[in-house]
Design a protein around this ligand. Structure first.
Ligand code: ARG
Length: 459
């Protein structure tokens, strides 16, 4: 039998596999609250514009409220034969209130309806994600404050470079996440226009009020072009793009946690709540949450790619291809939330091991740059020459099997006669760290200032 919503020109129903490829209710039922809110706004507008009668409108509004309650109570039966959330709700409305239900879809199409529902849903997802990322920033800032003086090696090429503080390192991620939140809020501002009233693609001959429905749904304005309103999913792409960058930031931090919990580093300890044991090796404490966050970033990036490829080459206006927009977005939203939240828990519980962090700075001649800077400052050497002299001193220390600070003055003077005992004042990691007081630098007092600014900017 033909479809009750659009079956007029059909004498036969769909093939079983057609129903399966066509139905989206399995996933788009997630849009129920947005669908009902959109329908209520549309209905009130139709009433105000006298496009439908007050009596019909009131019945529709009441019916929609009933449906919302039914869905939330788990009493609603979703039917794949009715394809999607829009038709499931409308069919139920018609069972509940009869003929008046048929007037709701006046001056509307599923094309502007789904664009509206999805925008509202993504808007909520942006807000939820922003809040979660802020929570992670708070945990990182607390750790940064607690570790403003905890000295560790800073790396380039994953080779020991210069000493930094652990607090400084955590604050680097706070900044990344701050830009991530900026991207979410930029995306939200562009997203927040209403497609409702674009109808199928061309607008409508009914005297609708698009600003009214826009306002009622919390949009800033009505979208300016009806073809654009039903055709683009750039708002979902922006969510996925911003989300992918968040996933990458999380993945880098996760990778560092995996590295730092490795026995060769032993820089930090994760709590029991965020690690797992092994079923065979009794000694194990594995950083599974960090590994999963690192792994899940692939899903989010995959979701972005999936929707980019779906949209590429689609002619205007609506095409059913666009029904494929939802699953990647839903999956990415869930994945991002669980990842950010797990990372927050891991960071909040993390215990730094200052002894191990400090011990790691004794390898790799970590104060070599400080020595070169001293040669420039105290002896007036050009930096390039100071670099060369320091390189020779490093080679000398390497031959002697000692650190730069342990190299006897006589050996240093054999390389550069002007060097005097004052040089030892810059060869300790504490002095090296404390001296880097430039804006944004790693000195403890700078880190404490960054912590204070970060609290103000982000929390
Ligand atoms: N389920 C559809 C989607 O997600 C709703 C829009 C259908 N519109 C249409 N003309 N068939 O895109």
């Amino acid at each position: 039998s033909a479809n009750s919503m659009w079956g007029g020109r059909f004498s036969e129903g769909p093939a079983e596999v057609m129903e399966r490829i066509n139905a989206s209710i399995g996933f788009d039922k997630k849009l129920y609250a947005q669908d009902i809110a959109g329908s209520k706004a549309h209905c009130r507008m139709l009433m105000k514009q006298k496009i439908i009668s007050k009596q019909d409108g009131e019945q529709i509004l009441k019916g929609l409220d009933t449906i919302l309650r039914e869905i939330e109570a788990g009493d609603f039966v979703f039917d794949a034969k009715l394809e999607d959330i829009h038709m499931n709700v409308e069919a139920r409305l018609s069972t509940l209130i009869g003929a008046a239900a048929g007037r709701l879809h006046t001056a509307r199409s599923r094309n502007d309806q789904v664009a509206t529902d999805f925008r509202l849903w993504v808007r909520g997802a942006l807000d939820d994600l922003d809040l979660a990322v802020q929570g992670l920033q708070a945990a990182l800032i607390d750790q940064a404050a607690a570790n403003a003086e905890t000295i560790m090696p800073g790396y380039t090429h994953l080779q020991v470079a210069q000493p930094v503080t652990l607090g400084h390192h955590f604050l680097a991620y706070v900044e990344m996440l701050g830009r991530d939140r900026g991207r979410l809020s930029d995306a939200r501002a562009r997203l927040n226009e209403s497609p409702l009233g674009a109808a199928a693609l061309a607008g409508t001959a009914f005297p609708i009020d698009r600003e009214m429905t826009a306002r009622e749904l919390g949009f800033d304005r009505a979208m300016a072009n009806s073809l654009d309103a039903v055709s683009d999913r750039d708002f979902a792409l922006e969510f996925l793009a911003a989300g992918s960058i968040i996933a990458i930031h999380l993945s880098r931090l996760a990778e560092e946690l995996v590295l730092w919990t490795n026995q060769g580093f032993a820089f930090v300890e994760l709590s029991d709540s965020f690690t797992t044991g092994s079923s065979i090796m009794p000694q194990k404490k594995n950083p599974d949450a960090a590994e999963l966050i690192r792994g899940k970033s692939g899903r989010v990036i995959g979701a972005l790619n999936s929707l980019l490829v779906t949209m590429k080459g689609l002619p205007l206006a609506y095409g059913k291809d666009m029904q494929e927009d939802k699953e990647p977005v839903f999956d990415a939203a869930d994945t991002l939330l669980v990842s950010v939240t797990a990372m927050q828990g891991m960071i909040a519980d993390l215990k730094a091991r200052p002894d191990k962090l400090l011990a790691a700075t004794t390898a790799g001649f970590i104060t070599a740059t400080d020595l070169a800077d001293w040669l420039v400052r105290e002896l007036g050497l050009p930096f390039r020459q100071a670099h060369h002299v320091t390189g020779s001193l490093v080679a000398e220390a390497e031959r002697a099997g000692c650190d730069l600070a342990e190299l006897p003055l006589s050996k240093m003077q054999a390389v550069e006669p002007a060097i005097h005992g004052g040089v030892f004042s810059v060869l300790s990691v504490e002095k090296a760290v404390a001296s880097r007081r430039s804006y944004g630098g790693t000195a403890p007092d700078q880190v404490r200032a960054q912590v204070a600014r970060a609290r103000e900017r982000f929390l």
